[in-house]
Design a protein around this ligand. Structure first.
Ligand SMILES: Cc1cc2nc3c(=O)[nH]c(=O)nc-3n(C[C@H](O)[C@H](O)[C@H](O)COP(=O)(O)OP(=O)(O)OC[C@H]3O[C@@H](n4cnc5c(N)ncnc54)[C@H](O)[C@@H]3O)c2cc1C
Length: 488
């Protein structure tokens, strides 16, 4: 049963500085807007529901970071793409800020909007049809990657690139980039999109692709929701393996670990390549492990350990080699996520630090940042360090260092949310780490919690800033979309 807001509940926003009240008439199922009590215009009839109850507003005033809390005035649970169009037009007309929300796994309020409208994309979760032998599938923006994977694998197919965690929405990761262990071979998820269906900030429903409204296409992919709401995406598919072989290869020093990763990335020996750093018993972050995966039939031959591991300088005694079903590999985080939820740690604050370092400076910069890291400041989190290949990363708004082999460096901190002094200190530490990385030509991957101002964003987007700002003016002329990113 959809929850129906009471007659008295109201959406409060700002129209040219004056309070707007939107009241719901349960008899006509329509909404009326008043400015100081005077009717302005009706909120459109919807196929879905517009919620203003405490629970819905409270839920969308939070995210995976549990650090920023901005309370929206209303939440749209759309019953159709038509609802998204109608409510974006409504917000555009009344200059109400709005943000789409996929799974709310941002860590810094990116999908939150104070006093505005949240469009939950979850109901827009259609997938397919997927046809055997097809090279693409069209999905709703709210579909989760876990569901897309299952639907594609049933036909022997798969998207080429996955994030480590699958319970993220397609629209959410396409808005940031979508990086994973396959990125050194196939780029980011945004590099594997054939076409998008979007609702611009002006409320226009458009399809865009590299050849159709290309400026819009390139402003939406990794565009942090600033020009349009993605409502659907046509994603590239490739043949899926049935099984994979998973290798965990320990290293005792950073330099050797990085050199072997770089070798593997450039040779493309493995289909998937990542790496982790952990602390020894004395608390020093000096334990490294390459995580690599070779795909089995029908994509590749049965993995040949000798050929795959030739010349690598890992500590052979600690190596772990495991065969897995393909989906079990993709969904490998599910058991640890269940354990974190069980232990209450999923609800901890996550002041995440996600940076991209130029390969040439990775040993120095990552080394210095790891030297300064303490187990207490990581908490029950993880440190990731793995290479990407610049030649496969084409989306202009996914900012990468000028280096053929950039490294993703992520300190996925987890800390009690009630200790706000520590959270603040970690946010400051993130900022200072970002500045060190920026000074050597690195950047941030904007899914974490690095305090960022307008001037930082201009610098972040650098040579593409002007085009991005122009696209924002064209497609969201009233500047209502996704204020939580703090870009414009
Ligand atoms: C446990 C975990 C693991 C992760 N692993 C990875 C990883 O391996 N690789 C990686 O690249 N990232 C990873 N991330 C980061 C993740 O990709 C981003 O935070 C992503 O934006 C989250 O998707 P979401 O559906 O929760 O989006 P939300 O948090 O709901 O939204 C994120 C931003 O995108 C905007 N947005 C959402 N939907 C749309 C839409 N349809 N149209 C336009 N804008 C939209 C929102 O307004 C907001 O600004 C991880 C995050 C978590 C919490």
């Amino acid at each position: 049963m959809p929850r129906t807001p009471s007659r008295r509940t109201a959406l409060r926003g700002l129209v040219a500085g004056s309070a707007v009240v939107i009241g719901f008439d349960p008899f006509t199922r329509s909404w009326a807007v008043t400015d100081s009590g005077r009717p302005l215009s009706g909120v459109p009839r919807l196929d879905g529901t517009l919620l203003t109850d405490d629970a819905s507003l409270g839920a969308d005033a939070d995210d995976f970071g549990h650090i920023v809390h901005r309370r929206p005035a209303a939440v749209l649970r759309p019953g159709s793409v038509r609802d998204v169009v109608a409510m974006v037009r409504f917000c555009n007309r009344h200059r109400l800020p709005l943000a789409p929300r996929g799974q709310g796994h941002g860590t810094n309020g990116q999908a939150q909007v104070e006093g505005g409208l949240i469009i939950e994309t979850g109901p827009l979760s259609s997938i397919g049809p997927v046809r055997t032998g097809s090279s693409h599938v069209t999905v709703g923006a709210g579909a989760k990657w876990s569901d897309v994977a299952k639907a594609a694998i049933a036909h022997g197919l798969t998207p080429p690139v996955f994030t480590d965690y699958l319970e993220l929405s397609v629209g959410g990761t396409l808005s940031v980039g979508g990086l994973g262990g396959q990125s050194h071979q196939s780029g980011a998820q945004v590099d594997n999109v054939v076409e998008l269906e979007v609702v611009t900030g002006a409320g226009e429903l458009l399809r865009c692709s590299p050849t159709r409204h290309p400026d819009l296409f390139h402003s939406v992919l990794a565009g942090l929701g600033q020009c349009a709401v993605i409502v659907g995406a046509t994603l590239r598919l490739v043949p899926a393996p049935e099984t994979v072989r998973h290798y965990l290869l320990p290293y005792a020093d950073l330099q050797t670990f990085l050199e072997d990763q770089q070798l593997l990335a450039t040779e493309g020996r493995f289909a998937y390549l990542e790496g982790q750093v952990s602390a020894d018993t004395a608390g020093a972050f000096n334990q490294f492990a390459i995580e690599a995966v070779a795909y089995g039939p029908p994509v590749g031959d049965t993995p040949d350990d000798t050929a795959l591991l030739r010349g690598l300088r890992y500590e052979t005694s600690g190596a772990q080699i495991t065969d897995l079903g393909y989906y079990d590999f993709l969904d490998r985080l599910a058991p640890s996520v269940a354990a974190l939820k069980e232990a209450g740690l999923w609800a901890y604050a996550h002041p995440w630090l996600n940076l991209v370092l130029p390969g040439r400076s990775t040993a120095d910069v990552a080394g210095a940042l790891l030297d300064a890291l303490t187990p207490a400041d990581l908490g029950p989190g993880v440190v990731l360090l793995y290479p990407l290949l610049r030649e496969h990363l084409h989306a202009p708004l996914l900012r990468m260092p000028e280096d053929p082999v950039p490294y993703l460096f992520a300190v996925l901190r987890t800390t009690p949310p009630e200790d706000t002094a520590t959270v603040r200190r970690l946010l400051n530490a993130n900022r200072s780490a970002y500045e060190k990385v920026q000074a050597v030509g690195g950047t941030q991957y904007p899914v974490g919690s690095v305090p960022f101002q307008h001037a930082d964003w201009k610098r972040h987007f650098g040579p593409v800033w002007k085009r991005f700002a122009e696209a924002r003016k064209t497609y969201d002329p009233k500047g209502i979309l996704v204020p939580g990113q703090g870009i414009f």
